[in-house]
Design a protein around this ligand. Structure first.
Ligand code: EZ4
Ligand code: CO
Length: 454
């Protein structure tokens, strides 16, 4: 046989290289069934997706779970497709539009399924679609790991570190309350703590909890059933308050504990530059999401004025959202949400892009994405070379009952075990006990009544 792929031996070449798996449906007018039957390593029989279950449940807050079943008895994967406040849009996209495309497809062709759902749909990106794709992607990696008998991090190249450095949240309305909350985090062995404070005279500030033990539910923005609440925000009050908070924390807590802060996309470029500059003496681990996500080049303004490390990305939905910030080295940490950027398949590309430009990862890890996404983040964290830090939460009992197997925390690090796949699961009977409740994120306005980025 000729070794030249265009020569007479092409057919054999394709077969041997595995490309034949993708060859069969490429017929004019044919239906794209994906891989079809392909030559399997170690004689494994062909695998097919037989069912896609979409489970919407509210064990404390709303989650959308994707369970993908296969023709191999007992072999299934579980992914998380939760988009806070738009859960049913994602569930409908999955049930009505995506599930029919998956039946009969080879679940092992993870990249092909990702490409097919992302580019193949013509309407690409966007939070609803990318969250739906993430749910599918996580379930497929889960299946691949189970089939291989390996935890997903092994499939990603194996361990590069003992665990993922984690951060928790601390908040309060007074500086002393925030200080106490940071101390509780440190007592709990956290080396890194995110600190948020209420703004004097303004009702409800992002990241400040109604309960005193804010770190118990790190990342938790309470989801209230009913219509969204309105918080009031004024940049001048915020800009006056936050540097004083960190002056207080450093004077009371010293230099060793790593402190972080989330601006949550609320400022304009020159305001963000002022904050980053005024926080310099307090040596933040990073300052998160200073600006709205639309015009990424605005981060150039911040960089002109400050050496405070910057993180950005939880609202990004595509690899290309990350390109300007990473390729111009405008940030130090890329913090996409695996659940909103298409899952492991896309996030590991973001990580590799970042690696080339000395940018580290800090995947978004709040309570409004489910345990399979947290597990996926940690599998990636412990496998990649350019991991930075991982935001994490402690799960309430009801969530653990419905979605068992979340990563575990010890001595400042979050970790996954050696269970094949992601290590997470869904208890469908338990899920039924907690029906969906319509709920929204809060929204925000300025004192003059105009809309403010929440
Ligand atoms: O406000 O996930 O860094 N964490 C965050 C989160 C987000 C919520 C939005 O749904 O910014 O707490
Ligand atoms: Co954030």
């Amino acid at each position: 046989m000729s070794s030249h792929p265009q020569g007479p031996g092409r057919r054999n070449f394709l077969k041997m290289s595995g490309a034949a798996a993708l060859g069969s449906p490429l017929v004019a007018g044919g239906t794209d069934t994906g891989g079809g039957a392909s030559a399997r390593p170690r004689g494994l029989p062909p695998l097919k997706i037989t069912e896609v279950r979409v489970i919407v449940t509210c064990p404390g807050r709303n989650y959308v779970v994707v369970k993908i079943l296969t023709n191999e008895p007992g072999l299934y994967g579980v992914g998380d497709a939760t988009l806070n406040g738009r859960e049913l849009a994602v569930a409908t996209a999955l049930k009505e539009h995506i599930a029919p495309l998956l039946i009969g497809r080879d679940p092992e062709q993870v990249e092909d399924v990702y490409q097919y759902l992302y580019r193949g749909s013509y309407w690409r990106s966007g939070p609803v679609q990318m969250t739906a794709i993430a749910g599918v992607d996580e379930a497929l990696w889960d299946i691949k790991g189970k089939r291989a008998g390996m935890p997903v991090y092994q499939l990603l190249g194996g361990r590069t570190r003992v665990g993922a450095l984690a951060y928790t949240h601390a908040s309060g309305n007074e500086f002393s309350e925030v200080e106490d909350a940071v101390r509780r985090g440190m007592e709990r062995s956290f080396k890194c703590v995110r600190a948020q404070v209420g703004l004097p005279g303004l009702a409800g500030t992002y990241g400040t909890s109604v309960t005193k033990k804010s770190e118990e539910h790190a990342g938790r923005v309470d989801q209230q059933a009913g219509l969204p609440e309105t918080e009031i925000f004024e940049p001048s009050v915020y800009l006056r308050t936050v540097p004083k908070l960190f002056a207080h924390l450093r004077s009371k807590l010293g230099e060793e504990v790593e402190l972080l802060h989330d601006t949550h996309e609320k400022l304009g470029p020159i305001e963000g530059a002022r904050l980053a500059r005024e926080l310099e003496p307090f040596h933040l681990f990073f300052l998160e999401d200073l600006l709205r996500p639309e015009h990424k080049e605005s981060f150039r303004v911040i960089r002109q004025y400050s050496t405070t490390p910057l993180a950005m990305g939880e609202l990004f939905n595509s690899l290309w959202d990350c390109v300007p910030l990473i390729s111009e080295q405008l940030i130090d940490y890329i913090r996409c949400d695996l659940g909103h950027i298409g899952g492991i398949t896309n996030a590991r590309k973001v990580a590799s892009l970042a690696e080339a430009f000395h940018v580290k990862t800090a995947w978004h890890g709040p309570a409004d994405v489910g345990p399979p996404t947290h597990a996926a983040s940690v599998h990636l964290d412990i496998a990649i070379p350019n991991f930075g830090v991982q935001e994490m939460v402690f799960w309430p009992e009801a969530t653990q009952e419905v979605l068992p197997g979340a990563p575990t925390f010890k001595d400042g690090y979050i970790n996954v075990g050696d269970t094949p796949g992601l290590g997470t699961d869904v208890n469908e009977d338990a899920a039924k006990k907690y029906p969906y409740k319509r709920a929204y994120l809060p929204t925000a306005r300025r004192i003059d009544g105009s809309v403010q980025d929440w």
